[in-house]
Design a protein. Structure first.
Length: 107
């Protein structure tokens, strides 16, 4: 995952190694995307496989989470308006992912 520290909190979820996803897992991502939107941020899914893309299409959640072809495309998407990013490991704890966004207490 990649965290963007700026006035617009953006989280990129690298899905390039994901093979499949349950509806419950997608619901978790949607809830996080909604919280990010409440802070004028967004959640980007980078490189989900075809099965996950179909799940997103069937559920209509593409209106809430933006799907990009891969990590490089997601970073380019951030760079369009000068935003920067740095990698964050979830091994450091979930609070690390949302540090500085005002959302850490809601995770």
């Amino acid at each position: 995952m990649i965290l963007h520290h700026a006035t617009v909190p953006t989280v990129i979820v690298d899905m390039t190694t994901v093979q499949r996803m349950t509806i419950d897992a997608l619901a978790v991502l949607v809830r996080k995307a909604i919280r990010l939107r409440s802070a004028d941020g967004q959640l980007l899914l980078a490189g989900p496989p075809p099965a996950v893309r179909r799940l997103i299409e069937r559920t209509g959640t593409g209106r809430i989470v933006q799907v990009l072809p891969g990590r490089a495309a997601a970073v380019r998407f951030l760079a369009r308006d000068g935003r920067t990013w740095h990698p964050v490991s979830l091994a450091d704890g979930p609070g690390t992912l949302f540090a500085g966004t005002g959302l850490a207490e809601h995770v």
